[in-house]
Design a protein around this ligand. Structure first.
Ligand SMILES: [Zn+2]
Length: 253
């Protein structure tokens, strides 16, 4: 679950969505799921999917798990539930996710007593405001005090029944990405740190797998770990890395 920036949708696509939503609002007998399915294809060409893909960044990975390739529009607030009917064609409710996450998410969407979603929304909630990363296990570990709303939301988001974020395969991939990050940092640290070394380092870091881990490594707890600790002391270097990451994955850091 990496942070993403929601971009503004073009005017034509926005008004198309508004028209579809108005049809649902007008006719209460109209099935939201059917109305959506009948119009899903149009979104491949009218700018909606294009906007979501550009939000997803260079590797087109799922906005939830970050692991598999994204291929489908996800309704953060489920389209099949009557209480979210007003959000079926709501741009702010769309994410771009993979098939396994979509299958899982279809059935679950816990809410708090006041109706606010328990699940964290990658377009609104920033991963490192809620979690720490454990290099030893690959888990995302909630950082807030037990019993707080922030803790409950974080715990719900990584719960195995609600998302794939704690699945064994994803823990393994997250750890692999961490090792890749560490390796590229080590290679750069031991190099002469010439311009070509910086470029190679940035490319390797971009390729490391889970881009959200780069912020963790260079500006959060990873700074306690060598070689991130030494490299992160150079503010200009860190800013250059941050800028490259955000170019590739808008809003990630
Ligand atoms: Zn996914």
């Amino acid at each position: 679950m990496r942070p993403i920036n929601r971009i503004a949708l073009g005017r034509a696509a926005s008004s198309w969505l508004a028209r579809q939503q108005a049809a649902l609002d007008r006719d209460h007998a109209l099935s939201a799921v059917h109305h959506w399915s009948a119009r899903r294809q149009t979104m491949a060409t009218n700018g909606v999917v294009f906007a979501l893909r550009s939000m997803a960044g260079i590797r087109n990975r799922c906005m939830y798990c970050g692991d598999s390739e994204a291929c489908d529009i996800e309704h953060f607030r489920p389209k099949g539930k009557p209480e979210w009917r007003a959000n079926v064609f709501d741009w702010g409710n769309f994410l771009w996710i993979c098939q396994p996450c979509n299958r899982l998410k279809n059935s679950v969407f816990p809410v708090m007593d006041d109706g606010w979603p328990m699940m964290l929304d990658p377009a609104i909630d920033r991963i490192w405001d809620f979690f720490d990363f454990s290099p030893e296990t690959g888990y995302l570990v909630p950082i807030s005090e037990v019993g707080t709303i922030a803790y409950m939301r974080a715990a719900a988001t990584v719960s195995e029944g609600n998302s794939r974020l704690s699945y064994e395969v994803i823990l393994g991939e997250r750890q692999r990405a961490y090792r890749n990050l560490k390796r590229s940092a080590q290679i750069f640290f031991s190099s002469e740190q010439l311009e070509e070394d910086v470029e190679g380092f940035i490319q390797a870091t971009l390729d490391s797998g889970y881009p959200e881990l780069v912020e963790w490594a260079y500006s959060l707890r990873g700074r306690e770990i060598h070689p991130f600790s030494s490299l992160s002391n150079d503010a200009i270097f860190v800013e250059r890395l941050r800028s490259a990451m955000n170019n590739a994955y808008p809003g990630v850091w």
